[in-house]
Design a binder for this molecule. Sequence first.
Ligand SMILES: Nc1ncnc2c1ncn2[C@@H]1O[C@H](COP(=O)(O)OP(=O)(O)OP(=O)(O)O)[C@@H](O)[C@H]1O
Ligand SMILES: [Mg+2]
Length: 220
Amino acid sequence: MLKICNVRKSFNGVNVLDSVSLDIGSSSIVGLAGASGGGKSTLLRCIQGLEVPDSGTIDYDCRIGFVFQDFQLFPHMTVLQNLVYAPALKAGIDKKQCIAKAQAILEDLGIGEKAAEYPRILSGGQKQRVALARSLMIDPDVLLCDEPTSGLDVATTEDVAALLERVNRLGVTIVIASHDLDFLAQISDRIVLLNRGKIVIEINPKDHSDAVEHLKSHYG
Ligand SMILES: Nc1ncnc2c1ncn2[C@@H]1O[C@H](COP(=O)(O)OP(=O)(O)OP(=O)(O)O)[C@@H](O)[C@H]1O
Ligand SMILES: [Mg+2]
């Protein structure tokens, strides 16, 4: 579904991604772990086409959505407008249908009553839900999530884990970059550890009772 082959990317002469290859199958949840600066966000940005690799290929035959770490909600638009804005720019779109779809997704994610609010009044967890809802408007096959739990408390992190698992069960493949190894071990089918731009280990957390310790021992 998504095939990354020998991707290299450097900034100012420093290798940030160094021959990264990764095959992501449909309906999986893949965790991207690694120390800060290891290249997690850069890899997600390359997949999404926000950065262009220096060499290597990224092939896919599906729709890809992105949930940014800092949400990137439009502050001057209501929650509903945030969801509808981009899809409604498409020619021939039925705006009423688009609004109904947005409202249904918000309801489904438990924030239907926030549709008319502006992002500034929302809590971090609610903003995360809105960002997730917005990315679901394009019916993605793959969802890239950059640090979806950063800044969230334990209970809200649990909520995000449950939401992402629910989205995954609907058939969406999810790739999550995160520092939170417990969170990744809880929800991922595979965890790939990026260390200075290289994949140094890949594990299935369900096969390792000590997955988190195992990963930590490979941090550089
Ligand atoms: N557009 C850019 N221009 C220059 N350097 C960049 C750019 N984007 C990323 N970098 C550098 O690439 C390296 C990897 O950054 P990246 O954001 O991918 O790491 P990360 O693993 O996501 O880190 P974190 O866990 O802190 O989010 C860092 O040293 C960063 O400064
Ligand atoms: Mg990052």
